[in-house]
Design a protein around this ligand. Structure first.
Ligand SMILES: *[C@@H]1O[C@H](CO)[C@@H](O)[C@H](O)[C@H]1NC(C)=O
Ligand SMILES: *[C@@H]1O[C@H](CO)[C@@H](O)[C@H](O)[C@H]1NC(C)=O
Ligand SMILES: *[C@@H]1O[C@H](CO)[C@@H](O)[C@H](O)[C@H]1NC(C)=O
Length: 444
């Protein structure tokens, strides 16, 4: 009996240790150095960097508000009271009031207090913000590339940009040691915000990584840090670290995501640790639960969303609520206003509407998920120093045991005590502290 039990158990224990210790290196796939996504036929990029200001006229804003008013007349009566079946229509109705009173000119003025630029890369005008102060004695300055997620934009980083660029103003002096400051560069992903929409298909996280690498070179940076937020930000950042490891001093991410289906080992480990976790009554949410129809056939939904500001608001709010709290469904406002100001939410909605970028953002997700090199990039081993912070309310949270299979050099791993996926806005202080701590650790 004992013998039979052992003969059953030993291979299992062996398998556990094998899976736990086995860290093969997955190579980075070959990627073309160049491509062209502008309209018309291929031509060389104009490598000038131009100043850029956000500017929408009164008519565009009035058109938007008229559509909101008209849209409200067409809404149906909800049968549920919270976010059970999607956005709570009572909440949508309520938020339409600040929506209609939203002073875009004032917000546009604020957005334009940042320095914006645009430059052409692979035929696409790439928009970016940059905040860069001259170094003072005793300061060490490093360039850092901040990469936003979906459904978000550069707006994610409005709070942490000044903290990273001018930390002493915010009390980050590290007790008299060399103070770290950053030359902060925040591009908009192609097809998001004020970056141009690609005129050709196929721009996903891999192409974006290559384009952002070219942007950093054009700015004269051959060594820099990366921070990538959530699924899209971490995928782009990791792909860039994979194709140009010599340029990346360190890769920092909040709530990184790995497509575990990209490797049998990741899968085995994932299911192994999941069943182990449920065995000891500890649950973490499924990173595989990301299948949603808008990823698969994005253009159909995009027609409706791009036609209706209320539809856009509903989509964004529902997605943000899901990333913000695991209890969002049973809360009348999806907990959104517990974690963000109405202004923060509406500014993002306005950016998506005014730029008309929902369709291209949704396409970006499609091309990322269906990329011919997607699996190879998802599993490609990253050997450069990596810092990770996971926020507990994030639906796609990846446990350390999976992360270490891809990131072989995790120098700092932190599990925050609260907060969700949109950490740069909600947990801006914690996130900036983490970035400083990671960079300090790597550059000491
Ligand atoms: C590129 O797009 C612009 C704006 O839509 C258009 O005016 C122009 O004719 C296009 N050029 C080519 C070569 O298709
Ligand atoms: C909507 O506003 C009304 C009136 O201020 C308030 O009583 C209600 O709780 C709000 N509902 C939601 C879901 O925000
Ligand atoms: C991790 O990064 C450090 C610092 O760059 C480096 O010295 C070390 O060799 C790396 N380790 C691995 C396993 O790549």
């Amino acid at each position: 009996m004992l013998k039979r039990g052992l003969s059953f158990l030993l291979p299992l224990v062996g398998l556990h240790f094998f899976i736990d210790r086995f860290h093969p290196i997955y190579n980075v796939p070959e990627l073309d150095e160049d491509d062209y996504y502008g309209n018309g036929s291929v031509r060389a990029d104009e490598d000038i960097i131009s100043d850029f200001k956000i500017s929408f006229d009164k008519d565009t804003i009035e058109d938007l508000k008229r559509r909101v008013k008209d849209g409200l007349k067409r809404q149906f009566t909800p049968l549920e009271n919270n976010f059970e079946l999607g956005v709570n229509l009572n909440y949508l109705q309520n938020i339409s009031e600040p929506f209609l009173n939203f002073d875009w000119r004032q917000h546009q003025y604020f957005l334009n207090t940042f320095d914006h630029y645009i430059t052409e890369i692979e035929g696409i005008g790439i928009h970016f913000l940059r905040m860069n102060y001259p170094v003072k004695p005793g300061q060490k300055k490093f360039p850092i590339l901040l990469i936003h997620g979906f459904p978000n934009s550069f707006w994610d980083f409005y709070k942490i940009i000044p903290v990273l660029a001018n930390p002493s103003r915010f009390g980050y002096d590290f007790g008299g040691k060399n103070t770290i400051v950053f030359d902060v560069i925040v591009p908009s992903i192609p097809g998001f915000g004020f970056s141009e929409k690609p005129s050709k298909s196929g721009v996903g996280f891999v192409e974006c990584a290559r384009i952002f690498g070219k942007l950093m070179s054009r700015l004269g940076h051959d060594r820099y840090f990366i921070h990538g937020s959530s699924i899209v930000g971490s995928q782009v950042g990791s792909a860039l670290a994979a194709i140009q490891p010599q340029a990346i001093m360190g890769l920092h991410m909040s709530d990184p995501y790995i497509d575990v289906t990209s490797s049998w080992l990741f899968m085995a480990k994932y299911y192994w640790s999941r069943s182990w976790a449920s065995f000891v009554h500890y649950e973490y949410s499924s990173g595989l639960n990301l299948h949603e129809s808008y990823y698969d056939r994005p253009d159909t939904l995009s027609v409706a969303i791009n036609d209706s500001p209320l539809g856009l608001t509903a989509f964004l709010m529902d997605r943000w609520a899901r990333g913000t709290s695991q209890n969002f469904k049973t809360h009348a406002q999806g907990e959104l206003q517990t974690h963000y100001t109405v202004d923060e939410l509406l500014t993002e909605v306005y950016i998506y509407w005014l730029t008309g970028t929902f369709p291209t953002a949704a396409r970006f997700l499609y091309y990322s998920r269906n990329h011919p090199l997607g699996s190879q990039f998802s599993r490609a081993t990253i050997g450069i120093p990596t810092g990770i912070i996971n926020f507990p309310q994030t639906p796609h949270q990846m446990p350390y045991s999976i992360l270490k299979l891809k990131y072989h050099n995790i120098t700092r791993f932190v599990e925050a005590s609260n907060g969700g996926e949109f950490a740069a806005i909600e947990s801006w202080k914690k996130l900036s502290e983490e970035i400083f701590s990671f960079v300090e650790l790597v550059t000491l």
